[in-house]
Design a protein around this ligand. Structure first.
Ligand code: IMP
Ligand code: MG
Length: 380
């Protein structure tokens, strides 16, 4: 099991090939069990029930539940073992371990999770032959969207969406049962998402090209995304243009929606290089939210750092051949550099606060700089 962020104990984990994010804390689980205990003990009064845990998943629940149960009770376990049916696609469940005579007893099944209800159907099939007085079903977790049967669920701890979870008895290929809290599968698996910064003349474009190839990242240049949407007259492009034509700033949400579309187009990428966005605190927050909605995050802001005098020299040099007017005038160049630092200072603070700011020395040969950038990315 590999553990990622260091600050918090309840954090993203890796089990086999999959990543899982914190979902339900131990405290929330305990509260749900308290409620189940309260409801069930109130309903049963002084009757002595037999609690039947379904192994393996419900061992933790059963243990915690009966410790909290305020009155005398019996506890036993059964196990449903899957084995290949005659048709290989058919999963047949077989019951192991029901040795106790349950005639005329009040039986409460303790399930860790009810998903499709297939296991529950098998439990009902088996208990049809037992002459129990009452059979009631209690489950800690329940996925209403996945449930396909109509057996009544008498006691439900926590309803959850139809997504795979681990922890608190639940496993992913046998790992994760031991975790005291519950984690939910990350639908977007681990990505490397960078925000790339560099003053004019720092060689950002060249380096982005290189990173794209080396790490299989998708380069999202906000300028290109705008031009693409406007040129192709997409709904978002037209919307953006309506603001631009009025001389107004395009609202962040429009830009975010465009970036979202780019991210959606490239769901199999190893990650993204954001270039030209964010520019403000609000945008940085919006980008964090966008990545969070994809079960992902910005891993680093990488800023190429180049001394002003070097930049001025480089740009004046470039101006001699490029013919770009803004590269030819020293005071314009100095202004652009100053503006760059004014704008990025806020973002440097924003990402530094999350320990995600990496300044990389941008003076040297292209190869030297790519080596420095690679070092940062490999360390993430
Ligand atoms: P059923 O679909 O209701 O029969 O659930 C079958 C079994 O699949 C449960 O008893 C669990 O062992 C397992 N299961 C269902 N959903 C999950 C999950 O999200 N995580 C881990 N195991 C699960
Ligand atoms: Mg189970």
């Amino acid at each position: 099991m590999i553990i990622f962020a260091a600050q918090n104990k309840f954090r993203v984990i890796k089990l086999h090939d999959k990543y899982f994010k914190p979902f339900i804390s131990a405290v929330q689980i305990e509260k749900a069990i308290d409620r189940l205990v309260e409801e069930i003990s109130t309903d049963l009064g002084d009757e002595i029930p037999v609690f039947v845990g379904i192994l393996n998943g419900s061992f933790m629940l059963t243990s915690d539940f009966v410790k909290k149960y305020p009155k005398p009770c019996e506890v036993t376990f059964i196990k449903l073992a899957s084995y290949e049916g005659l048709k290989s696609s058919e999963d047949i469940q077989r019951l192991i371990g029901l040795t106790q005579d349950l005639t005329e007893r009040t039986v409460i099944i303790l399930e860790d999770i009810i998903d499709t209800g297939k296991t529950l159907a098998e439990v009902h099939r088996i208990f049809k032959n037992e002459k129990v007085k009452t059979l009631k079903i209690a489950t800690l977790f329940y996925k209403p969207e996945a449930y396909k049967k109509d057996f009544k669920l008498h006691y439900v701890g926590i309803e959850i969406p139809d997504k795979f979870i681990v922890g608190y008895g639940l496993d992913y290929n046998n790992l994760g049962r031991d975790l005291p809290e519950v984690y939910q599968i990350k639908e977007t698996q681990h990505m490397t998402n960078l925000v790339l910064f560099g003053p004019p003349g720092a060689g950002k474009g060249t380096q982005a090209e290189f990173l794209k190839g080396k790490y299989n990242l998708v380069h999202i240049s906000t300028g290109d995304v705008f031009r693409y949407n406007i040129k192709n007259e997409t709904a978002l492009g037209m919307l953006a243009k309506s603001y631009i034509d009025k001389g107004e700033l395009v609202p962040d949400q429009v830009t975010i929606d465009m970036l979202n579309a780019e991210v959606e187009k490239n769901t199999d990428a190893n990650g993204f290089i954001f270039d030209g966005f964010p520019r403000t605190n609000a945008q940085a927050k919006a980008l964090d939210e966008l990545m969070d909605s994809k079960d992902s995050a910005i891993n680093a802001m990488i800023a190429l750092e180049v001394d002003d005098e070097v930049l001025v020299k480089r740009l004046l040099e470039r101006g001699k051949t490029s013919g770009r007017a803004d590269d030819a005038n020293e005071s314009i160049i100095r202004n652009r550099i100053k503006e760059y630092y004014n704008k990025t200072a806020i973002l440097k603070d924003y990402y530094s606060a999350q320990s995600k700011y990496y300044g990389v020395d941008g003076v040297g040969s292209i190869e030297d700089i790519t080596v420095r950038l690679s070092k940062v990315i490999d360390s993430l």
